[in-house]
Write a protein of this length. Structure first.
Length: 231
């Protein structure tokens, strides 16, 4: 899921390759992001995990890639998905590559090398951070942007970078002892204060406790995943 979200940020958020239209939310930007949570955050990673864990060969990879190719064709026909410059053949090619990447990462994970475990921990925590930030955006508790107004499209360009940055700090400090827990929790708070001062982050004072709760939860998850993965 972490790899998929990272890929989706560039292809969907920055390059605007396609648009999801599940018609769950009235706001188009939120509806688009909700669609990608199910596509890149659930269905494709589940298939990749199944293929890697059960060591399925290249025939399975090609077969499942064709399945998603035709699902995309169906979604285009149902008009719950729109392509801008993306094409279904790209989906087939990149999903195949994603399956081989998943196999390769699982192989590296079994070597127990420190950098591989760090990456696994990073992507595990990143997924939770992105989801928690998404629900804050849906509930209109937080907005990122430049200038006076913070449109949702701009928010979803900045928010993932915020999540990646704070996840990086949290994960790579997770090994430190409990004594430094408060200090690690103050770092994202300090970053928030700076972003509020320069008007990139817009949040009401009464809503900040929810963002602080996200920081606390991510800190706890970072330590949990660190010891879970490294044990």
């Amino acid at each position: 899921m972490g790899f998929a979200y990272f890929f989706e940020y560039f292809v969907l958020n920055i390059l605007g390759a396609y648009t999801y239209k599940p018609r769950i939310f009235k706001k188009r930007a939120i509806d688009n992001m909700f669609g990608t949570f199910f596509s890149q955050g659930l269905f494709i990673p589940l298939a990749a995990t199944f293929i890697s864990v059960f060591q399925k060969d290249w025939k399975w990879k090609v077969l499942v890639s064709f399945f998603y190719y035709f699902i995309e064709k169906l979604f285009l026909r149902l008009k719950v998905y729109k392509e801008n410059w993306w094409r279904p053949i790209f989906t087939f090619i990149f999903i195949n590559g994603y399956f081989f990447l998943s196999d390769g990462f699982l192989t590296r994970l079994k070597t127990r090398k420190s950098w591989v475990l760090k990456v696994a921990c990073f992507f595990s925590v990143e997924v939770f951070h992105i989801i928690l930030m998404f629900q804050l955006a849906v509930r209109k508790k937080i907005r990122f942007g430049l200038g006076r107004f913070h449109p949702l499209k701009e928010h979803f360009l900045i928010s993932p970078l915020y999540s990646l940055g704070l996840t990086f700090i949290s994960v790579f400090a997770a090994k430190s002892g409990k004594v430094l827990w408060l200090l690690r929790l103050l770092i994202p708070t300090a970053i928030d204060i700076v972003l509020i001062k320069i008007k990139i982050l817009k949040i009401k004072r009464k809503d900040y406790r929810e963002l602080f709760l996200v920081h606390s939860l991510i800190e706890a998850l970072s330590r949990y995943f660190h010891f879970l993965i490294h044990k």
